[in-house]
Design a protein around this ligand. Structure first.
Ligand SMILES: [Zn+2]
Length: 278
């Protein structure tokens, strides 16, 4: 599933490649995504120039010259592919945008993603965005803020991190990685985190996400960058998917500790070093 770093990468690439393109036409081959593509989508976007691009949590927003916004979510398996010239469509290509700077194709085998058009004034009234938590890079996300939010929550901190209404856009991989960097066990009750640990956790979240963005996002299963290149962050994970191995800089005696441990929380895998994380 594309996580925040992949989505940020996709947003940066399409921003760089398409820039201030004008949308000349849109071919909707299959409107049946998680939410159907609106019937008036084509009329709302054609002949419009893309004014700016923005990522909010795992949504990509393209702001248009008529004050409309195209909203993409890549769901479980969605990709945006860029092509300079018109090529034959591929299986699961659902929308094809023809722009003055080339083609952009939305492909999604599992169709859990979406492509909508909203009025820019109404974005935050839309139910997709209304209950979305704070962005990991928002300057208002501080240790003090997080500590207050976690005060009455007894669930495991790993699961609190996946709550999109708390912080939006931290996926399963990055939750494990951030907790490792902060030295906090994933099964710790959220309300037991000290202010110092909340600071460390935010630092860990930003570090792991920034590194993944710099590396072009992870390559896991369905993910491809829009220009077809693969991301390569997966080799740099500290603990995720590394059961039994030693963590970076680990001083524990591997044969005794059995290295990185895996546990399942809320049906999702978590990885941790029992020596470094408390
Ligand atoms: Zn270790």
């Amino acid at each position: 599933m594309p996580e925040l770093p992949e989505v940020e990468t996709v947003k940066s690439v399409i921003e760089k490649e398409l820039g201030a393109a004008t949308i000349l036409d849109v071919c909707i081959k299959n409107p049946h995504l998680r939410q159907p593509v609106p019937k008036d989508f084509r009329e709302s976007v054609i002949k419009q120039r893309i004014v700016s691009y923005k990522r909010i949590a795992k949504y990509i927003l393209c702001f248009l010259s008529n004050s409309k916004v195209i909203v993409f979510h890549l769901g479980m398996s969605g990709t945006l592919r860029l092509e300079k010239n018109k090529l034959p469509t591929q299986k699961h290509d659902h929308l094809v945008f023809e722009t003055s700077n080339g083609y952009m194709i939305y492909n999604d085998p599992r169709r859990f993603g979406l492509c909508l058009c909203l009025d820019d004034k109404e974005i935050f009234e839309n139910r997709l965005f209304k209950n979305l938590g704070i962005d990991p890079f928002d300057k208002n996300l501080t240790g003090t803020w997080l500590k207050k939010k976690l005060e009455k929550r007894s669930l495991a901190i790993k699961q609190a991190l996946l709550d999109q209404a708390l912080i939006a856009g931290i996926g399963n991989i990055y939750a494990s990685e951030a907790l490792f960097l902060a030295g906090i066990l994933p099964m710790r009750s959220a309300q037991t985190l000290s202010l110092k640990e909340c600071h460390a956790l935010i630092k860990g979240i930003r570090k792991t996400l920034s590194e993944a963005i710099a590396a072009g996002g992870s390559t896991l299963k369905d993910y491809r960058q829009p220009d077809g290149r693969l991301g390569y962050f997966q080799n740099k994970h500290c603990v995720y998917g590394k059961t039994g191995q030693s963590c970076p800089g680990c001083t524990c005696f591997l044969e005794k500790t059995k290295g990185i441990q895996k546990t399942v929380q809320g049906g999702r895998s978590s990885y941790y070093c029992a020596t470094k994380q408390r």
